[in-house]
Write a protein that binds this ligand. Sequence first.
Ligand code: UD1
Ligand code: UDP
Length: 368
Amino acid sequence: MCKIKIMLVFGTRPEAIKMCPLVKELKSRSDEFETIVCVTGQHREMLDQVLRVFNVVPDHDLSIMRPGQTLFDVTCDVLLKIKDVLESERPDGVLVHGDTTTSFAAALAAFYLQIPIGHVEAGLRTRDLYSPWPEEFNRQAVDVASRWYFAPTETSRQNLLDEAKPVEHIFVTGNTGIDALRTTVRDGYSHPELDWAAGSRLFLITAHRRENLGEPMHRMFRAIRRVMEEHPDTKAIYPIHMNPLVRKAAHEELDGFDRLRIIEPLEVVDFHNFMARSHLILTDSGGIQEEAPSLGKPVLVMRDNTERPEGVAAGTLRLVGTEETTIYREFSLLLDDRTAYESMSHASNPYGDGHASERIADVLAKEL
Ligand code: UD1
Ligand code: UDP
C-alpha cells in the first residue's frame, strides 16, 4: 500500500507541545503514514526542550532563530529556507499549527508549491488584527490557504463557517494540547521550587505577547508585586520567556522581592505539574488558557481580548487587561474573597478529551 506522506512544520514552544502528540500518533500508524518533521527553529532552546521531552527528532531543522528577530526576519527566513525542503520531500499534505509566523510562512510556502495544507487549531478568532499581534493575522491567513481545518471546538468551527469555509472540510477534533496534558501531570510529582513554596498560596506567572512588550508589561508586573506585598502568605514562580525584552522588564520591576522567584523556562512536564499545584495563574499566554480549565486552575488573563472564549464561559478564565489598577483589583479580589476564588476553580474540559491527534490522523487517512 502506498503511504500518505505528511510533513508537520513547527518552530516555537507552544506549537511543539501541541504538534508532538500528533507526530507520535502519525508515527505510530507507520503502515498508513510516512511522517516528516520540519522545525524552523523560530525558538531554539524553548523548542529543543519540548522535542527532548517528547523524544521527537526532526528530519529537517531550518535553524532560523536570531536574537531580537523581527517579523520580517522570521517570515523571510522560513519562506526561503523551507522551499528546498518542500520541493525535495514533496509531501501529500503539510500540517501547520495555530498562529505563529512560522505557521504563516510555512503555509504560504506550501501554498506557492500547491501542496494541500491542514491547519491544526483552526478557527480561533478575536477579529482584531492587532490583538493578539501578529497572531490574529497569521491564523486568518493560514485559514485562507488551508484545505483541512482541524477546529478544536464548536465555537472555532462556527467561526470558520461564518467565513464561508467549506463545511465538509471542517473537523472538530479537540485541542492537541490536551492530548499532551494527559501524559504529563502526575501524582507524587516533586520539585525543589515547589518545596520552597510549600505552605504558601502559589502563583505561576508567564508573559511574552509582542503587543504587551514595554509599558503594558511593566504595569502587569507592578500590579502583581503590589498585591503580593500586601499578602504575606503568597509566593510566586515565574519561569521567564527567553525574549530579552521580557527579561529586562521583569527584572526592572520584580528584582529584590524574595517571595517571587524568576527562573528559567520549565520543561513542559514540570510546567504542567507546577500548574496543577498552583493556586492561581497570571498570564498572557494562549496555550495556558486551554490547559488551565482541565486542571481547574483560575487564570487571570492579562490581555484585552481572547480567542479562547470557551475558558471564559467555563468560568476558569477572567480577562483583566493590562492596566495596573484593574489587575491589582481583580487579583486582590481573588485572594480576599473565597467564594469568588472557588467559583473559578472547578475543572472542565472545553478543549477536548485528549484524543484530538487520533481524530486528525483519521481524517487525513480518509481524505488522502
Ligand atoms: C513567538 C510567537 C508567538 C507565540 C510565542 C510562544 C510569532 C510572531 N510569535 O513569540 O505567537 O505565542 O512564540 O512563546 O510567531 N528566544 C530565545 N530562545 C528561545 C526562544 C526565544 O533566545 O528558545 C528569544 C530570541 O531573542 C528571539 C526572541 O526571544 O529573538 C523572540 O522570539 P520570537 O519567536 O520572535 O517571538 P516570541 O515572542 O517568542
Ligand atoms: N510552558 C512550558 N514551560 C514554561 C512556560 C510554559 O512548557 O516555562 C508551556 C505551557 O504549558 C503551554 C505553552 O508552554 O503549553 C505555552 O507557550 P507560550 O505561553 O510560550 O505560547 P502561547 O501559548 O501564548 O502561544
